[in-house]
Design a protein around this ligand. Structure first.
Ligand code: PFF
Length: 457
């Protein structure tokens, strides 16, 4: 599996495979679970505008930078920085990324576990005939338990580890290539049903009509964190994947295509959720349980809802899986390449450690609900620290590294495969990396911790 056996690093086998793997990483619970609830928490339309601007101006450039670092360095996130900047401390970005990967995997597996329970609930027809209130109670009584959520979390981790042990081509690429188009199809059906419900207009207005009085420094930071989380950037997942991409592929195109797909799916999820939230008289800001409360309501209203619900939750679990493998791969590639640990052992160690932390995330909705650190539950703390602090900070250092350290000629060489491929907009890209992106990220940060004060309340 490793380069030692073959003399060559294993990589993705086709352009389509690369796209599916990168899109598979980006598209996941972040789009369908996290995006709607964060939009709901942050007041709707104005947040959405800021989010879209961040994807365009910061997200795409950071993603492209990660691919450049990975493919040029031909290593995991820590090793790539060490190779490209020998004797300099840039590898710290790699370590930060590995820390973020642990945190994200821990809480991601909690939610993915909930998804598995909902596959089971859907399959056993548990939503049938339930009122909206009853569906709310059903979610409440499930996710505050101890045993069941932990059991599902463990099942999900074992699935993730199993795919990672199988390696890049046989594992990641194969699973990422199938099934995602079905998820999109189902979301479209649900979005149509949702916007045709009586009272749906309020939801569309909430999502698309910006109310700028809702904007605050915290909203900007949440939009930044959500953009980075959703695109899988800022912690080296795409540095790692970039190292598996062949030189003949156009990194620019891949970045734009993946970002567009990711954003469209988040929007689609928004259009499926919010009209229904308003139609059923629910609260947009109800937090991480939002989709688990709202979606079963929609299925009740669709002919053949039983089948839709079963298939939907299965696909959602698979979308979570193609993302979680990209998170675990960050850690495993590091352990294999830097510490010479066998792939299987590295995977088991990393998954076990993340599961250990994950247990506390899961329990923070139940028996550990009142245990708080810095005023947040374990789940909220890990989510906030990784998404809103480590990812943006990682992104900041990544653009500075590519913009200021790697050197324009190296970057051009990597993007064009030594002049054989075209890359338009190179100077705009470099300008964004050098000036716009670092300054924008720094401003959002300083504004949110109160170091500077720019508009908003
Ligand atoms: N982008 C994934 C999602 O939206 O579900 C989550 C994720 C994957 C975050 C990989 C970060 C990462 F490196």
């Amino acid at each position: 599996m490793s380069d030692k056996d073959t003399g060559q690093r294993e990589g993705f086998s086709s352009k389509f495979g690369i796209l599916c793997a990168a899109a598979g990483s980006a598209i996941g619970l972040g789009n369908i679970w996290r995006f709607p609830y964060v939009v709901g928490d942050n007041g709707g339309g104005a947040f959405l505008l800021v989010y879209l601007a961040f994807i365009l101006v910061l997200g795409i450039p950071v993603m492209l930078s990660e691919f450049v670092i990975g493919r040029r360095g031909q290593r995991n996130t820590f090793g790539a920085f060490r190779r490209l900047a020998p004797g300099r401390p840039w590898w710290i970005i790699g370590i930060m990324g590995i820390a973020a990967a642990f945190m994200i995997l821990a809480f991601y597996s909690t939610i993915a576990g909930w998804t598995l329970e909902y596959v089971y609930k859907a399959a056993t027809n548990a939503f049938q005939g339930k009122s909206s209130d009853e569906l709310g109670t059903m979610f409440q009584s499930f996710h505050t338990q101890t045993f069941r959520p932990l059991m599902w979390q463990l099942v999900f981790m074992i699935m993730t580890a199993g795919i990672i042990i199988a390696g890049v081509k046989r594992g990641i690429e194969k699973y990422a290539k199938i099934l995602m188009p079905f998820l999109v199809l189902l979301l479209i059906v649900m979005a149509i049903r949702s916007i045709t419900l009586p009272g749906a207009m309020g939801g569309l207005q909430f999502l698309f009509k910006p109310d700028f009085s809702e904007l605050s420094p915290a909203v900007f930071l949440s939009a930044l964190g959500q953009a980075f989380f959703s695109l899988s950037i800022g912690m080296g997942a795409l540095i790692t994947y970039g190292s598996y991409i062949g030189k003949e592929n156009k990194l620019g195109n891949i970045s734009v295509e993946v970002s567009i797909a990711d954003t469209l799916i988040a929007l689609l999820a928004g259009v499926a959720i919010f009209p229904a939230v308003f139609a059923f008289g629910l609260e947009p800001g109800e937090g991480p349980g939002l989709i688990f409360h709202v979606l079963p309501n929609i299925f009740q209203q669709i002919p053949g809802g039983y089948f839709f619900s079963v298939i939907f939750f299965i696909l959602l679990a698979i979308a979570a899986l193609t993302s979680s493998i990209s998170i675990l791969e960050v850690v495993v590639a590091f352990l294999v390449e830097e510490l010479n640990i066998r792939r299987r052992h590295a995977t088991i160690m990393a998954a076990a450690a993340a599961t250990f932390v994950g247990v506390f995330c899961t329990l923070s909705f139940g028996v550990m609900e009142d245990t708080s650190l810095f005023g947040k539950t374990v789940f909220d703390l890990l989510d906030f620290t990784s998404s809103n602090v480590l990812l943006p900070l990682g992104g900041l250092f990544i653009v500075v590294f590519v913009g200021w350290f790697l050197g324009a000629s190296n970057v051009r060489d990597e993007l064009t495969n030594s002049g054989t491929l075209r890359f338009r907009l190179f100077s705009i890209f470099m300008f964004i990396l050098k000036f716009i992106a670092p300054v924008a990220i720094a401003i959002v940060f300083m504004n949110s911790i109160g170091l500077i004060k720019l508009g908003g309340s």
